[in-house]
Write a protein that binds this ligand. Structure first.
Ligand SMILES: [Zn+2]
Length: 350
């Protein structure tokens, strides 16, 4: 009997679906993962945040009871200077119980503090991946793989064209380009978002070169959380006197969220998985991503070996077709339980 056959019974207590976030309902436990809206939510919901990127952290701005890793909470608070109330920190490897559900925290390999959540109920097991990366990087370890009945996963780079080069090759390419630009009197300037990728780029220069790294104040705040949690990073904040001087004199790398503020002699670069298929005008691009590529996503599903895969975001249709074709597994979009916020649909829920 499948989960959804169970749900079609008059008294359904277990189901998975989309309700402005990933909803997993186990008996009286109502678990909502990475909600896509903040504000008021039903009080009987337990909210889970997978990582600190802004499209996954709306849950922090709700009044409901929330769960995240300590690192995710710290990065969120460092970037927004805002205290989060009613949040309970969990650790990778830990299992908590909420009513009939057991929730385990698994490493996601996407950025510091990122995690997947495994939900075990009386009738089924499910894993929600959030964003995952399936290879080791200089700052993260590859996502953990565990088998389950229902896998709910991101499909950001689910298109078969997105196959990334080996990490060591990309690191070498970045270092080589940087050296050459510095030799030409330029300041290599990487435009990235504030957490995750920039810290990998900083660490890359720390490990493989002696080139000093200057970063913008936002990235410096997120980097401080990394160093406090054991990721060794050496960098200078561009708003500090040393940082300002180095950007004037050159012979450094600049890592920033906004290259408009880069020095005049900047030579601009981006590091993103989209660089596989997309050209970036006036930027040199490197396909360094903190997400799994197409082949890694398919391999991850093969190892998890679920009864059904639910895919969402990015190239979800294409990835679902590839999973069915290559692995012979059922794959498709999440059933929609509600399009509105969970505060609005008490009657339809039960
Ligand atoms: Zn992310």
């Amino acid at each position: 009997m499948t989960l959804f056959q169970l749900c079609e019974r008059p008294l359904c207590h277990e189901r998975i679906g989309w309700a402005n976030g990933i909803l997993i309902d186990v008996g009286k436990a109502r678990l909502l993962f990475d909600p896509t809206q903040g504000g008021a939510l039903r009080k009987d919901l337990d909210i889970f945040v997978t990582h600190a990127h802004s499209d996954h952290t709306y849950g922090f701005s709700t009044g409901a009871k929330k769960y995240s890793t300590k690192e995710t909470l710290q990065i969120y608070q460092a970037l927004r200077d805002r205290e989060v109330k009613n949040n309970h920190t969990v650790k990778v490897g830990e299992t908590i119980r909420i009513k009939e559900a057991e929730i385990s925290v698994l490493n996601a390999g996407h950025m510091l503090g990122s995690c997947q959540y495994e939900v075990v109920g009386p009738e089924f097991t499910a894993i929600y991946t959030g964003d995952i990366n399936c290879v080791d990087t200089l700052t993260t370890q590859a996502a953990e793989v565990r088998s389950c009945d229902y896998l709910i996963m991101e499909a950001t780079y689910g298109h078969p064209a997105y196959v990334f080069p080996r990490r060591s090759t990309m690191y070498a390419d970045i270092v080589s380009w940087t050296m050459s630009e510095i030799k030409d009197g330029k300041i290599p300037t990487f435009q990235v978002y504030s957490s995750g990728k920039p810290q990998e780029v900083i660490r890359l220069f720390n490990v493989y070169t002696k080139i000093p790294v200057v970063c913008s104040p936002t990235i410096a705040r997120a980097s401080r959380v990394h160093t406090e949690n054991g990721v060794r990073l050496e960098y200078v904040d561009s708003s500090a006197p040393d940082g300002r001087r180095m950007l004037k004199t050159g012979a450094c790398v600049y890592v920033t969220t906004n290259s408009d503020h880069a020095p005049r002699n900047a030579s601009r670069a981006v590091a993103t998985g989209w660089a596989i298929r997309q050209a970036f005008r006036k930027f040199t691009s490197f396909p360094l991503s903190s997400h799994a590529d197409h082949d890694q996503l398919v391999e991850y599903v093969r190892k998890v070996n679920p009864k059904k895969v639910y895919v969402f975001t990015g190239y979800s249709d294409m990835l679902a077709r590839e999973i069915e074709r290559k692995l012979g597994m059922r794959a498709g979009p999440l059933p929609v339980i509600a399009q509105t916020k969970l505060v609005d649909f008490d009657e339809t829920f039960t």
